[in-house]
Write a protein that binds this ligand. Sequence first.
Ligand SMILES: Nc1ncnc2c1ncn2[C@@H]1O[C@H](COP(=O)(O)OP(=O)(O)OP(=O)(O)O)[C@@H](O)[C@H]1O
Ligand SMILES: [Mg+2]
Length: 336
Amino acid sequence: MVGSENAISVKKLSKHFGDLKAVDDISFEVKEGEIFGLLGPNGAGKTTTIKMLTTLIPPTSGTAIVAGYGITKSQNEVRKRIGIIFQDPSLDDELTGWENLEFHAILYRIGKKKRTEKIKEVLELVELLDKKDTLIKDYSGGMKRRLEIARGLIHEPSVLFLDEPTVGLDPQTRRKIWDYIKKLNGMHGTTVILTTHYIEEADYLCGRVAFVDHGKLVALDTPSNLKDKLGGDVVSVQAGANSGRLGKAMKKHSWIKNVSLHDDIVDLSVKDGDRKIPDIVDIARKNGIEIGSISLHKPSLEDVFIYYTGKAIREESGEGMRGVMRRARARTGRRR
Ligand SMILES: Nc1ncnc2c1ncn2[C@@H]1O[C@H](COP(=O)(O)OP(=O)(O)OP(=O)(O)O)[C@@H](O)[C@H]1O
Ligand SMILES: [Mg+2]
């Protein structure tokens, strides 16, 4: 259940790397017991935000209160009360599942008896008890992710940070992980803040979602309120090189609530979209524009993101490929 107190309160938080404003003056609050999502494309600043909130890097300016303590003044108090699941895998390959968790529990000074109980409990939650004596190097990607979630829960954190919890996993494993997250949130009222660039993940899991783009918070609300803002249906018109011209022509009609352009597609927000399709085709014809295809759907969070930022979340941002290279290098570097 969502409480009335804030588990996280972010105040004008920024992180600059040289000239780059990776996180640019963001403020938001997360209530106790909430599942809150930071949704944005590659390089938006999600991980950097999480790193500051979990005290791993200091902010350039601004601050935040996490689980009752300031991230700059009371780092140790914050760390005791949070769990973190990193974007990049961070398990010890040469240890078994159980040993990885035990090592973590010892770091948190959890006594032998409690530790054994707790490890069993979290392994049961992520359905890995039967794999407890298997070395991590023999785990699948999905099993590793589940074990990392289990590890993040051992010391009973009141706030759990998950950075891209299901990136690269198959749909079935992804759904399982969503279920664990919902379960632990329901069982212990653990506040969850997660980052993702999967629209469905944010939609399914999060009570509220913040859109992040270029270090800025561009919108924040419940998924359904965000979608309602678009009003009605989304009609997507494919008009190739003429998309820009078609978009302009559409903007002249007040019954079209919003026009956004991406990938040579013109998205139109309209009430009763199915009945308006003939009118849309007519406008195109009158402007001498040939339509490649036309389709209609209810607005998704993706449409809302396009509405606010003018681009699809899955589109690679400018630094996208560099980001991939950076991560590839980081991974191979670690294996050496
Ligand atoms: N230590 C660093 N030094 C310089 N630039 C950095 C550093 N860490 C991150 N950045 C840059 O800050 C920006 C935000 O990066 P961040 O990792 O927070 O993005 P993200 O939203 O988590 O992206 P992704 O979806 O790819 O994980 C990017 O442009 C990134 O290259
Ligand atoms: Mg990231």
